[in-house]
Design a binder for this molecule. Structure first.
Ligand code: VGL
Ligand code: ZN
Length: 198
């Protein structure tokens, strides 16, 4: 059973000083680099939004960042603009070891729909192609690290478990946004889906 480390959104905008900074986000760069050696494959995800993306509060007149809106696919948090295609903030944290990355998978590039999960856009139906890639390579045992614990990491791990992969979240190599209790909620949802929290 081959094992892959899936590193979620370790990008400049999610680290202190970035547009959607997660507290302590930069503290997990070195631990993630060390973890890479223990896996058969490393996959990186990259949040990658056009400037007019529907998940940006600035594209909804009068909306405040971190408020909720209704999208055709369900409720959606409106974020400060972040990880805009081609900007420095969308780049990987400069300390992240890119040499072991077999695949970089971008997500969130369609204007009308956000994509927290590495596997599906937020409609839970449009695939990113990652499941097929992992299956073709026989990578069935997945561990997750990166940002943010309670959004993109949790959604990715839950989808992985539902798709039949073995899914573990290495919590020490994640940091949470923790918006209105989202961290505890994410933990409960992950356990419910069969994700191992390590
Ligand atoms: C993320 C909010 C918006 C994440 C991405 O990586 O967790 N969160 N886009
Ligand atoms: Zn995003």
């Amino acid at each position: 059973m081959a094992r892959a480390l899936i590193v979620i959104d370790m990008q400049t905008d999610f680290c202190p000083g970035g547009a959607l900074a997660v507290a302590g986000g930069d503290e997990i760069v070195a631990p993630i680099n060390r973890l890479m050696a223990g896996f058969d494959a490393v996959v990186l995800t990259q949040d990658w939004h056009p400037a007019d993306h529907a998940s940006f509060a600035t594209n909804h007149p009068g909306a405040t960042p971190f408020s909720l809106t209704d999208m055709p696919y369900g409720p959606q948090v409106l974020w400060p603009p972040h990880c805009v295609i081609g900007t420095p903030g969308a780049g990987f944290h400069p300390g992240l070891d890119l040499s072991r990355a077999d695949l970089v998978i971008r997500k969130g590039f369609r204007r009308q729909i956000d994509s927290y999960s590495a596997f599906f856009e937020n409609d839970h139906a449009t695939p990113t192609g990652l499941a097929g890639y992992l299956r073709e390579r026989g990578l069935s045992d997945l561990s997750f690290a990166g940002l943010a614990h309670d959004f993109c990491v949790a959604w990715s791990a839950v989808d992985a478990a539902r798709l039949g992969f073995s899914a573990t979240v290495i919590e020490g190599a994640t940091r949470a946004i923790d918006l209105n209790g989202s961290r505890d909620r994410a933990r409960a949802e992950m356990r419910e889906a069969g994700v191992i929290l390590e």
